[in-house]
Design a protein around this ligand. Structure first.
Ligand SMILES: Nc1ncnc2c1ncn2[C@@H]1O[C@H](COP(=O)(O)OP(=O)(O)OP(=O)(O)O)[C@@H](O)[C@H]1O
Ligand SMILES: [Mg+2]
Length: 239
C-alpha cells in the first residue's frame, strides 16, 4: 500500500544489563492522505518509533514499508538513508531545531533549495506556509528572536516545505494556544488530503485529540488501535 506500514517493529537501546527495550511489538498503518494520532505515556516509545520510521535510529527487528517500498526488514533495505530522510520524510521534532544563522524564511526554504527548487520559488512557498501558520510577520526574523510557539510553527512550516509523502510530528502543538493548535491540525489535514501525505502526530494535547479519526495508543513499547472521534474542524484551512 501507499503510506506507512509497520509490522512487529522492535527497538532495543544498548546491550546487556543496561539494555532498554523501547519498542517491543509495534504494528501500525497510515494510508496515503490520512492523519493518525499516536498517544502514550512518557517513555512508552513514541519518539523512538518516529525516529525509526524517519531512519534516524536503526530498529532491532521487524518491518517498515513507506510508499509501497520496504525500507527495513530486519535490516535497512535502502543504501541511501540520507536521500530517504531528505526526500520522503518531514520531521517536526519535539523541540524545534532551527538553524540559528538563517532567517525564518530561509529556514523553511532551505530543504526545497537543496532539493533543486529555484530560490525565489522556494522562498515564496516558504512565505505562504509561514502565513498559513500565522508567523508570516516574522519571516525576516532570526530564530533566537522568536517565542517558543513561533519557533514551533516555523519548524512545522519547514517540515511541510518539501511536500514529503510522509510527515512525522512529535508533539507539534504542545507550545501553542488552542486556536493555533487547531490551525496546525487543519494544515496537516489539508496537506494530507491535497498531496496524499501520510501523517503521524504524537500528542498529549487534549485540544487536538478529538480531531483524529484513528488513534494508536502505545504502552510499554506495544501499539493498540482505536477509532477516534474524528470531530470535524469547523473552519476551513487558513489560506
Ligand atoms: N538513546 C537512547 N538510549 C537509551 N535509551 C533510550 C534512548 N532514547 C530513548 N531511550 C529509552 O527508551 C524508552 C522510550 O523513549 P522515547 O523517547 O521513545 O519515549 P517517548 O514515548 O517519546 O516519551 P516522552 O513522551 O517523554 O517524549 C525510554 O525508556 C527511554 O529512556
Ligand atoms: Mg518523546
Amino acid at each position: 500500500m501507499e503510506g506507512i506500514r509497520i509490522e512487529g517493529l522492535r527497538k532495543r537501546y544498548g546491550a546487556g544489563d543496561t539494555a532498554v527495550d523501547a519498542l517491543k511489538d509495534v504494528n501500525l498503518t497510515v494510508a496515503a492522505g490520512e492523519v493518525v494520532g499516536l498517544i502514550g505515556p512518557s517513555g512508552s516509545g513514541k519518539s523512538t518509533l518516529l525516529k525509526c520510521l524517519g531512519a534516524v535510529v536503526e530498529p532491532s527487528g521487524g518491518r517498515m514499508t513507506l510508499g509501497g517500498q520496504v525500507i527495513y526488514d530486519d535490516g535497512w533495505k535502502l543504501a541511501d538513508l540520507r536521500a530517504l530522510r531528505r526526500d520522503s520524510i518531514g520531521f517536526v521534532f519535539q523541540a524545534p531545531y532551527l538553524i540559528p544563522f538563517l532567517d525564518v524564511t530561509d529556514n523553511v526554504a532551505l530543504l526545497p533549495m537543496l532539493a533543486g527548487r529555484p530560490n525565489g520559488e522556494a522562498r515564496r512557498r516558504a512565505l505562504e506556509l509561514l502565513q498559513a501558520l500565522d508567523v508570516g510577520h516574522r519571516a525576516k526574523a532570526q530564530p533566537s528572536e522568536l517565542s517558543g510557539g513561533e519557533q514551533q510553527r516555523v519548524s512545522i512550516a519547514r517540515a511541510l516545505a518539501n511536500r514529503p509523502p510522509v510527515i512525522l510530528a512529535d508533539e507539534p502543538t504542545a507550545p501553542l494556544d488552542s486556536e493555533r493548535a487547531l490551525a496546525v491540525v487543519r494544515i496537516l489535514e489539508d496537506m494530507a488530503a491535497r498531496h496524499r501525505t501520510a501523517i503521524i502526530v504524537v500528542t498529549h494535547d487534549e485540544k487536538i485529540i478529538p480531531t483524529f479519526k484513528r488513534i494508536y495508543h502505545i504502552r510499554d513499547g506495544r501499539t493498540y488501535e482505536e477509532a477516534g472521534e474524528g470531530r470535524r474542524l469547523e473552519e476551513g484551512v487558513p489560506s
